[in-house]
Design a protein around this ligand. Structure first.
Ligand code: GDP
Length: 307
């Protein structure tokens, strides 16, 4: 069994490769719900939905999020009633949010909601939310705290980040199945996601960090930082402003004590000795997932690292 800690876009690209390289029925995803947001009164789970759409082959390939070919008539129309237009939720994407919100209001726990969505999309892997309890990633800036989607979408990450906080995490519990998935896996994979705001919230749920630290599985992380840069998103500038070295080595340091193997890109080959000095095995490979073939080749290399 393969258990994958996953954010959104970077994770979903890797997962597309993993379900090609192995039996999807052997894959469990632990999904970040710290990005969840209430928009227009609806519960939106951006990272979980990105992963579902990608694995269903329905994701918008240009953006990496949302549904291919979706339209935006509802959010356009909502402006008439004074709703902001900055959050781009497509019409068909909105259907997921309507359904999820109704079930949550009826008292269905999040892990059952997500299981139902996975089934409705015909996926064979298992996706677990990190927790059934609400946890909100908050970004600290010079003028105080803002919600994650405010930073990410409304402000387009144009803010000096001075800290990150996961509101509600201290009182949260891992969703049913999460600790078992970490304990019983043959391999636990930290996807090439933002270590601070995609993997960070998952590790902030009490019990998850400890379960990972003590898991007998081979634990592997893939660097989302290549040659000191991100492929996409704010991970590099967040790492820089929070005092981390912006490199695959910096990512390895964040995960030190939690992983056995660090997968870094060929462009970062020179960092391998320093990664190994942290007590990790370092695998150097092409980690740029620009085609289906490259995604499954990376997944196959990661799987081989357990042997
Ligand atoms: P988000 O929640 O949608 O931002 O998604 P994630 O946290 O899962 O992914 C964002 C990270 O994915 C960024 O830091 C990117 O650098 C990384 N990423 C995206 N595509 C690739 C890729 O092809 N290879 C690697 N190594 N990282 C990637």
């Amino acid at each position: 069994m393969y258990t994958v800690l996953a954010g959104g876009v970077g994770a979903s690209r890797f997962l597309q490769g993993l379900v090609q390289a192995t039996d999807p029925g052997a894959v469990t995803v632990i999904s970040n719900t710290g990005d969840d947001v209430t928009m227009f009164g609806l519960h939106v789970s951006p990272d979980t939905d990105i992963v579902i759409y990608a694995l269903a082959g329905a994701v918008n390939p240009e953006t990496g999020w949302g549904l291919a070919g979706d339209t935006f008539a509802v959010v356009d129309q909502l402006q008439r009633f004074g709703y902001p237009r900055w959050f781009n939720l497509g019409d068909r994407d909105l259907a997921m949010a309507v359904h999820r919100t109704r079930l949550l209001h009826e008292g269905v726990p999040m892990h059952d909601v997500v299981a139902g969505l996975v089934e409705a999309w015909g996926l064979r892997c298992r996706i677990l939310p990190m927790s059934n309890d609400p946890i909100a990633t908050r970004i600290l800036g010079p003028e105080g705290e803002i919600a994650f989607q405010d930073y990410m979408v409304r402000l387009r990450t144009e803010l000096e980040v001075t800290g990150v906080d996961f509101a509600g995490a201290a009182a949260a519990k891992p969703a049913p199945g999460v600790l078992e998935a970490l304990r019983d896996a043959r391999m636990v994979i930290l996807a090439p996601s933002n270590p601070l705001v995609s993997i960070g919230p998952i590790l902030a749920v009490p019990g998850i960090r400890e379960a990972l630290a003590t898991s007998p599985a081979t634990r592997v992380a893939i660097s989302p930082i290549i040659a000191g840069e991100v492929v996409k998103g704010p991970a590099a500038k967040m790492m820089r402003s929070l005092g981390h070295e912006v490199s695959a080595l910096g990512v390895a340091r964040i995960y030190q004590g939690l992983i056995d193997v660090m997968v870094i890109d060929e462009q970062d080959r020179a960092l391998a000795p320093a990664v190994e000095q942290l007590g990790l095995r370092c695998v150097v490979t092409d980690t740029i997932m620009s085609s289906a073939e490259k995604k499954s080749a990376l997944a196959a290399t990661v799987i081989a690292a357990a042997r």
